[in-house]
Design a protein around this ligand. Structure first.
Ligand SMILES: Cc1cc2nc3c(=O)[nH]c(=O)nc-3n(C[C@H](O)[C@H](O)[C@H](O)COP(=O)(O)O)c2cc1C
Length: 179
């Protein structure tokens, strides 16, 4: 199965991006994971769907269709999830060739230097999966708190790696149900 990794933070030094990079290397046999980039996608405007959609819309929609499942890595901004993620969700949901989200397994991994691990962002994002007809992994929940002490440079420490391994294994078991 081909799994798309989608990072909501657009900054280069993002903790969520570091988490996603670590997760990419944890998939076992039968899975391949790669990044779907969303930072270059203009804010959704319904008028684009009445005329020429920007090239980045066409690219993002195609990539979503080509993947069998997704993990969103989101920071928490003011107790909700990253606007870049919402934008990508909306753009793909209005793909004239059919939504690349529908019926597919999905998980949310949230990371924050704060103590709550982006839990509010995580749950806000999960709410959108209802209308998208996505199939969220319920457990394990992945709220990575105090993430700034969970890495040695760009490398996850043993504790973080253990949590991520368990989360990826859980996601793979979940995703296989939809293969
Ligand atoms: C606009 C803004 C709002 C934020 N709101 C929250 C918040 O509600 N909860 C939280 O835990 N952290 C919050 N933070 C701090 C982020 O968790 C922190 O900047 C984090 O490093 C962002 O993720 P990243 O490292 O992947 O870019 C906020 C940061 C910004 C810039």
């Amino acid at each position: 199965m081909r799994i798309g990794l989608i990072v909501g933070s657009l900054r280069k030094a993002s903790w969520n991006r570091k988490v996603a990079e670590a997760v990419k290397g944890l998939f076992g046999e039968g899975f391949e994971a790669d990044f779907i980039e969303i930072g270059d996608v203009p804010l959704y405007n319904q008028e684009f769907d009445e005329g020429m959609a920007p090239e980045s819309y066409v690219r993002l929609r195609r990539e979503a269709r080509e993947h069998d499942g997704f993990i969103f890595f989101t920071p928490e901004y003011n107790r909700s999830y990253a606007p870049a993620v919402k934008n990508a969700i909306d753009v793909v949901s209005r793909d004239p060739e059919g939504s690349g989200w529908a019926g597919k397994p999905v998980a949310v991994f949230s990371a924050s230097p704060g103590r709550l691990g982006g839990m509010a962002a995580n749950h806000a994002l999960r709410q959108t999966f209802v209308n998208l007809d996505m199939m969220p992994m319920q457990l394990p929940e992945v709220y990575l708190s105090n993430i700034d002490s969970g890495f040695d440079g760009d490398v996850p420490n043993e504790h973080t790696l253990g949590l991520l391994k368990k989360a990826v294994d859980g996601f793979c078991a979940h995703a296989k149900k939809f293969a």
